[in-house]
Design a protein around this ligand. Structure first.
Ligand SMILES: Cc1cc2nc3c(=O)[nH]c(=O)nc-3n(C[C@H](O)[C@H](O)[C@H](O)COP(=O)(O)O)c2cc1C
Length: 347
């Protein structure tokens, strides 16, 4: 029952029927999902935790983040999906899943309150599993398909990550033909699995902010044609927007996240909202650190908002703060609900 509730709520949120709290914490919990099930701020309706980012093998190597907190609230990372690999992730999520089931059985109470506390299949909150490809893979789709087969049972939604800048060749998968082929294969793998009455797991694609108008048009066309459940916009940028460009850290290799990414990712979000005519749910991500930022993402077309870097700086206390600020912003702008505000800056 809890599983059905979680997916239902996710779909409702994506379809704009639920709007109590549009915040997702893009806390990646390391690529091995070590901490995925234990994060607070995931128990209430609308607070959604996105889960581990999955490198399919131990990518190792360049795990270096350059942080310039005082000036920019930004990070340049070149992690490259370092992690213990998919088997370790499956084991951990499986163990959490089993423990939760056991707890539920021993309490023998499946009251709505308990369900709300345990929406995620592998622990509290809603758990999104972010799939990547191996650095050395020749058949990228096979890696994503393996991810679907191995981890779907623990996830509430899946993300096809084709936008991390630190894995060679990954971003090429955003090309029209490549993306179409990949999504079709991943959807087929998902659809071949056995699903309950709620139907298959929602499937989203996460894109980069460093895309041309033509790239965005291609992605929008694929998303519409293949009825994607959502797009996450965006991952980190390989560009170095001002004022970062003038700082010595700008020379560091890797993806830039945090405040300097805000404008770039919000502009891409707006373009995608227009291109998809508001028909594909969009998750706004990139540089969000306040309720005002979250409000701008929503006005630019986001149904949900995600943050990572600011959460690292601000910690869990940031979430209720952003929610309170967001409520003020919406009221100030005369909106009675988040739904009303979605995409208004694109009209
Ligand atoms: C250290 C670090 C690791 C990340 N790893 C992943 C990843 O594995 N998969 C992914 O889709 N995004 C990853 N991201 C990108 C974030 O999820 C997010 O899209 C990006 O940082 C922009 O949001 P922010 O400005 O709120 O951080 C990572 C970001 C950072 C800083």
């Amino acid at each position: 029952m809890a599983l059905r509730v979680s997916r239902k709520i996710y779909r409702e949120i994506l379809n704009k029927r639920v709007f109590s709290t549009p915040l997702l914490t893009a806390r990646h919990c390391s690529s091995s999902a070590q901490t995925a099930p234990n994060i607070p701020h995931s128990a209430k309706k609308g607070r959604i935790l996105t889960g581990a980012t999955i490198g399919l093998v131990i990518a190792g190597g360049a795990y270096v983040s350059t942080v310039d907190e005082a000036t920019f609230c930004a990070i340049i990372n070149r992690c490259g999906f370092n992690g213990e690999g998919i088997v370790a992730v499956a084991k951990r999520l499986g163990a959490q899943h089993a423990k939760r089931k056991l707890d539920e059985t021993s309490r023998n109470s499946s009251s709505p309150t308990d369900e709300a506390k345990h929406k995620g299949k592998a622990g509290p909150g809603i758990l999104g599993v972010n799939l990547g490809k191996n650095k050395t893979s020749e058949d990228a789709a096979a890696d994503y398909v393996q991810g679907v087969h191995t981890l779907s049972q623990y996830a509430d939604y899946l993300v096809i990550n084709v936008s991390s800048p630190n894995t060679p060749g990954l971003r090429m998968l955003q090309g029209r033909k490549q993306l179409e082929d990949l999504v079709k294969k991943v959807q087929a793998a998902r659809d071949e699995m056995q699903w309950g009455e709620e139907g298959p797991l929602p499937l989203l694609v996460k894109i980069a902010p460093d895309l041309s108008k033509e790239d965005l048009e291609d992605i929008a066309a694929v998303a519409l044609a293949l009825c994607l459940d959502g797009l996450i916009i965006s991952n980190t940028t390989v560009s170095r927007p001002d004022p970062v460009s003038k700082n010595p850290v700008a020379r560091e290799v890797g993806g830039l996240s945090g405040k300097p990414l805000f404008n770039l990712s919000t502009n891409i979000l707006k373009e995608m909202y227009v291109l998809t005519k508001g028909k594909i749910p969009l998750i706004g991500c990139g540089g969000v650190s306040s309720g005002g930022d979250a409000c701008q993402k929503i006005r630019a077309g986001a149904t949900l908002v995600q943050l990572y870097t600011a959460f690292g700086y601000g910690g869990p206390a940031l979430i209720p703060q952003i929610k309170a600020e967001l409520a003020e912003c919406l009221e100030r702008d005369g909106f009675k609900s988040i739904t009303e505000a979605v995409g208004v800056d694109c009209r």
